[in-house]
Design a protein around this ligand. Structure first.
Ligand code: ATR
Length: 253
């Protein structure tokens, strides 16, 4: 394949539909197991690929050059093959910034609670740092360095101004699950859930009923794809294409 997405299970992916509206190529979905993944990266028979779970960090050793931002995040979701050399970028960062701007969510000087500490969380934390958040609290199911537990969050951080969910909790088919109860967070003024299937998770439905500004993950997904297409093609696209594709996708459902 020349262009496409590699990852573990890709059955849910909307990336083919999105890329084929943004660019003039066929975009393939290529699920790979671990050994296939290593063979694929060694063969380098592609022009441009996106990378998703669980390979965003595992691709790093195969790259000749990693963009500064992607290096800082520690994860790459976009790879361009230029004359046999692989260049890595992180466009989740751009997708998240787009979402904040689009919803006029200002993270500067805010206390932000980030649920989850995987690849997407790292890109989002980099954005929040660059937007001058006052404090970033990372909450995770598994305790490791730099994260706190959900219990600790409920006990000590109910004063969060913004909340970002980067976990898959609430994603199809487990739509009745929610990572936290927003009712406890009385200061919360905005919430972003990076899940896009369903568009309105249980968490966002609760935000809506509490009249808290909220954004789903579809704009971040389209925004990161738009930026990947720019790296693949070496040309830039207007941000307005993101909104057009978003409107089309929510109309079709
Ligand atoms: P992504 O690239 O989308 O960030 P990831 O790197 O697999 O995906 O990270 C998923 C995150 O969601 C992790 O923080 C994970 O928590 P663990 O470190 O404990 O695995 C979190 N996560 C996944 N399933 C979860 C669940 N059922 N409840 C709470 N957190 C969950």
């Amino acid at each position: 394949m020349e262009y496409g997405l590699i990852g573990g299970a890709l059955g849910h992916s909307f990336s083919k539909v999105i890329h084929e509206q943004l660019a003039d190529y066929t975009y393939e979905l290529k699920p790979l197991n671990e050994s296939e993944f290593h063979e694929y990266m060694e063969a380098k028979k592609f022009k441009g690929i996106n990378v998703t779970i669980p390979y965003k960090e595992k691709v790093l050793p195969y790259l000749h050059d990693i963009d500064e931002r992607a290096k800082r995040i520690g994860a790459v979701n976009t790879i361009v093959n230029r004359h046999g050399k692989l260049y890595g970028y992180n466009t989740d960062y751009d997708g998240f910034i787009y979402t904040l701007r689009q919803h006029k969510i200002d993270a500067s000087n805010k206390k932000v609670i980030v649920l989850g500490s995987g690849g997407a969380s790292k890109a989002i934390i980099a954005v929040l740092q660059d937007e001058h958040a006052k404090e970033i609290v990372v909450v995770n199911r598994t305790i490791r360095e730099g994260v706190i537990s959900y219990e600790d969050c409920f006990a000590n951080h109910k004063d969060g101004d913004l909340i970002v969910n980067t976990t898959p909790v609430g994603m199809y088919p487990h739509v009745d699950a929610s990572p936290i109860d927003l009712a406890a967070f009385e200061k919360c003024e905005a919430i972003v859930d990076i899940i896009y299937n369903p568009l309105q998770t249980k968490l966002l439905a609760q935000a809506e009923s509490l009249e808290i500004a909220n954004a789903n993950g579809l704009e971040m997904l389209i925004g990161q794809a738009k930026c990947a297409v720019e790296y693949f093609s070496g040309t830039s696209l207007e941000d307005t294409v993101i909104g057009k594709i978003y409107e089309d996708m929510i109309r079709v459902g």
